[in-house]
Design a binder for this molecule. Sequence first.
Ligand code: NDP
Length: 490
Amino acid sequence: MADFDYDLFVIGGGSGGVRAARVAAATGAKVALAEDNRMGGTCVIRGCVPKKLMVFASSYREGFSDARAYGWEVQDGAFHWDVFRDHLHKELDRLEQVYRNLLDGSGVEIFDSRARLADAHTIQFGNGVTKTAKHILVATGGHPVKPDMPNAHLGIVSDDIFNLDTLPKSILIVGGGYIACEFACIMAGLGVEVTQFYRGAQILRGFDDEARGLIAEMMRAQGIDLHTGTNIVDMKPAAADAQDAQKVIPTGSDAAMGADVKQMQALQDDVNGDVEGGPIWVKSTNGREGVFDQVLFATGRAPNTIDMGLEEAGIEVGRRGEVVVDEYSQTAVPSVYAIGDVTNRVNLTPVAIREGMAFVETVFNGNPTPIDHDLIPSAVFTQPEYGTVGLTEEAAREQEEIEVYCTSFRPMQTAFAGKPGRVLMKLIVSKKTRKILGCHIVAPGAGEMIQLAGIAVKMGATKEDFDRTVAVHPTMSEEIVTMREPMRTA
Ligand code: NDP
């Protein structure tokens, strides 16, 4: 048998890669990991963690006004982005170090370098050095993508938000998925004027229709100028001189050859968007024109598979750029596995971690463990939050006969403060088995609630199990066990 430098080489130091490396090392395997950016990956450095801290930061605005209704004398204060951002980056530095220490402590050798596959057992670093491994785990994650349109480079993506020099006064957010909706709420909470364009009929496609409807309504009530069925048709720097320049400079014209050529070129660069920053003029499909300090493209993410040597090594890469794997996360090349967003299965941190653990169990503990992607609870951190597990009403209806239990009400805490906010609790129940097929909660703290409801649903709880559970009073979530009559059957 060939001698390898390592038993396992992990490419990518995100949540999935780091966990797999640590757990594999704990089995006695010789493990190395390469990361070309910051340790911790998308979730820790430019995703879930900084996003959630921004959710907290943005939620104080409502808190201050609610506090007055409860008798507190509270002044409306200004939000200082630079203070928050500096604190945020100190926290991210700390977390990155925690990740490094965890790897060090597990005996995983770290390479701060880009790495790609040279063949089925060989890794090549950016400087050309190679290392061999019996197994290779690709855990390179994904990256945000902008639409393919002229001047798209003027817009920012979610990665950029955490490094902004200043908080914009106004922002246009394009997209209707998790990231678009979460940042629309965050920015509105921080006092930014938010406009959101979504090309479809309703935001959060794929989620439960009633939940989507309520979230859209609550977002509008927060002051978010949400336009559905709308997209950008044109965008360019708003600077008047730059727009003039575009009108007067025909490419290669005599005018552009004259004494003012440098100045003209600078203006043309501005038009082309090579000069970053500054307000952006946008024209939308509904004919409206507007100027925004920033345009955020939250238009999806793509797997990090470019120039990784994957296809050359015989690994199948799918139409969306994802590494194609089987239920054990194994690629077409038996020594190479892939986990997390790079495989574009269920792109959530805890799922990547699970996939990493199942990989180690399969490969290093001799216990073949397929990934269970069924009934994964998740949350969208809009304000209010949306917690969900299982099927939407629409999907369940297609599958079998169902009963829908649903209630919507104004929660005590904010109703007392005179706020119009509503919450939604919804259970989709199989008529035949009585099992809960789906649970949907739109409410403050819904992310916390759905984690616990998710256990019951995963265990196969029936509606009658929920009914048997005594309510915790007075809470919002007690409604999930007190809905007696179905609202409808389908
Ligand atoms: P999503 O795929 O969820 O949403 C992308 C959005 O952009 C959709 O509304 C899509 O519209 C729209 N879109 C795509 N292309 C264009 C275009 N050319 N012009 C206009 N609009 C366009 O991606 P996100 O970036 O929001 O999130 C990526 C993934 O990250 C999520 O799927 C999720 O797995 C994960 N995530 C999870 C979070 C959580 O758990 N809380 C938070 C953030 C991210 P359409 O619907 O018509 O396709």
